[in-house]
Design a protein around this ligand. Structure first.
Ligand code: NAP
Length: 542
């Protein structure tokens, strides 16, 4: 990579201008830290800029999936729906960027390719794809936990003569699918949101499903007149409740529903009549709303069976209904909520292709060939997920102390980190929502606010106390990993049949390890604050 011009120097560099990066910039600026944000896209928004596929929507309520740090912003911004759709979140982040005058410190179209720690100078040199260089003592990686798309490796993909689309980089101008024969590959959160919308447009939709999803029907609605104003008037209480809630979202959300299940009676002691009544009255939710599913794999399997009975009450074709029943334990993957997912399979123009029965052999010039035959398509949409948590920093050449490459460390040891905030051997590099932090299983926005504030305070502390470096100690890191692993050990989340982005199981060759902290945000915050108050215990300050 050619180097161009003299390096530009800052006090801190932030990678990414999504939810985390925007707040990091604002916070660091407030602390008097000269900061530059490097953003590969041409606009702010991060994941909410590029995942603009039809149906893209958040599964946490808008008034909670938003910054709490500024009362002005939360009072001025007007949400139109209970759970915001992608265009509204993108507009919100643009509003925040304007309101806080953030753009003047963001370099757009600036993709970080490499960063190297210079021990003697106690600083990072960050080099972009075009060879520009930036030097700063601190780097804050706000590069996203779900920002590196996974493209499947299917033979013949490049030779498809129709249109290939990726949900994670959907064309800004939109795509007219009217009257077209569409195939969707992937039935995670993205596919489940996309499929009902595409079904309404396409001439015919084939859903290529490798793993069936557990998904709960959800009503998303516009705010009634006056409703948002009443909520805003109560924002103090709403934010206080959120702050105390383990998942950082106290109102009804995909996560709070999961947590509420823990308090429910066990499925194993429910009579058959009670089980059937639950399904009759509450559908798929009734099949899963039991207290023992997280800890008892047999109860979880019973729930899957009951879930199948609930799905069969909605989906008319028995073969399709059976194929839509997941075989992995419930809760292994992130909860999904949907609007009319199962009903979509009752449409005449929708066909489920069960890849467990007929795997994909190849993409041909005219469509998809499975073990059972050819499906002719005009458009193939890939909704195949992300290299989560570690993907964004792994595709950058991050070289820490003694030239160690971060991606090698993670490949060798798994996604290790101390608190999800730093990796031993990589001084002064902070990760927002890194592996081992609450991020994955919580309201990302609540989690990132806590991280950004902790990082900002830490940098301010170092500067005020004449320290130039902070580095996680390997022992503290090992203890933290041991702790996060022990927390999740009694749950079905680590069952051998669980494979998802939570544990890296969705990326071929990635070392498996559950990547979240399941103790909840309040307890995590308490620990982080305690560590800071003790002079940053577990870190070495230089
Ligand atoms: P995902 O949950 O990882 O799902 C990817 C899907 O693609 C899975 O069904 C996977 O099957 C399938 N797949 C991957 N490679 C394949 C191949 N070669 N052939 C056939 N199928 C293949 O990814 P996602 O749906 O993009 O969601 C990722 C995360 O993004 C979510 O968990 C959530 O955190 C976030 N998200 C949130 C929302 C929301 O707020 N509502 C919406 C979208 C995304 P297997 O399961 O068999 O691997």
């Amino acid at each position: 990579m050619a180097q161009s011009g003299a390096p530009r120097r800052y006090d801190a560099l932030v990678i990414g201008a999504g939810f985390s990066g925007l707040y990091a910039l604002h916070r660091l600026r407030e602390l008097g830290v000269r900061t530059r944000v490097l953003e590969m896209a041409d606009a702010v928004g991060g994941t909410w800029l590029v995942n603009r596929y039809p149906g893209a929507r958040c599964d946490i309520e808008s008034i909670e999936y938003s910054y709490s740090f500024s009362d002005e912003i939360q009072q001025e911004w007007v949400w139109t729906e209970t759970m915001p759709a992608q265009p509204e979140i993108e507009a919100y982040l643009n509003f925040v960027a304007d309101r806080l005058d953030l753009r003047r410190d963001i370099a757009f179209n600036t993709e970080v390719a490499a960063m190297t720690y210079d021990d003697a100078a106690a600083a990072w040199t960050v080099t972009t794809r075009t060879g520009e260089r930036f030097i700063a003592p601190f780097v804050v990686a706000a590069s996203g936990i779900l920002s590196v798309p996974l493209e499947p490796d299917i033979a013949g993909m490049g030779g498809f003569e129709g249109t290939s689309l990726y949900t994670s980089r959907w064309p800004k101008s939109g795509v007219d699918l009217t009257g077209r024969r569409v195939g969707v590959v992937g039935t995670g959160s993205t596919g489940v949101q996309l499929i009902p919308v595409v079904a309404r447009e396409a001439a015919h939709l084939h859903v290529f499903q490798r793993s069936a999803a557990y998904t709960l029907p959800w009503q998303v609605r516009p705010f009634a007149p006056g409703e948002l104003d009443a909520l805003k008037a109560d924002y103090g209480n709403i934010r206080a409740a959120q702050r105390e809630h383990p998942v950082g979202a106290a109102r009804l959300s995909a996560f709070s529903v999961l947590l509420d299940m823990l308090a429910r009676p066990p499925l194993k002691s429910a009579s058959r009549e009670e089980q059937l009544r639950a399904v009759r009255e509450h559908g798929v939710m009734g099949a899963l709303n039991w207290g023992d599913l997280f800890f008892d794999i047999d109860a979880n399997r019973m729930a899957a069976q009951l879930y199948g009975e609930a799905v069969a009450r909605i989906v008319r074709d028995p073969r399709t209904a059976a194929a839509l029943v997941p075989t992995h334990p419930f809760a292994c993957k992130r909860p999904i909520i949907d609007q009319g997912y199962y009903e979509t399979f009752n449409r005449d123009n929708v066909t489920l292709v069960d890849l467990r029965a007929e795997p994909i052999n190849a993409v041909t010039p005219t469509g998809i060939r499975t073990a059972a035959g050819d499906y002719d398509l005009d458009v193939i949409v890939y909704a195949t997920g992300f290299d989560a948590m570690t993907g964004a920093l792994s595709r950058i050449d991050v070289r820490g102390r003694d030239g160690a490459l971060l991606r090698d460390v993670w490949a060798r040891e798994g996604p290790v980190s101390y608190l999800g905030l730093q990796v031993a051997g990589f001084p002064n590099l902070f990760t927002v929502q890194g592996p081992g932090s609450p991020s994955a299983a919580t309201n990302f926005v609540a989690a990132l606010e806590q991280h950004v504030e902790w990082i900002g305070d830490c940098i301010a502390y170092l500067r005020a106390n004449g320290h130039s470096t902070i580095e996680a100690l390997p022992t503290a890191q090992a203890e933290w990993i041991e702790h996060t692993t022990a927390l999740v050990a009694p749950t079905v989340l680590v069952h051998p049949t669980c494979s998802s982005w939570y544990n890296g199981g969705n990326v071929p060759g990635k070392k498996r390890m559950y990547m979240g902290y399941t103790g909840g945000i309040p307890e995590y915050r308490r620990r982080c604050d305690e560590i800071a108050a003790a002079g940053y215990s577990g870190f070495e300050l230089g």
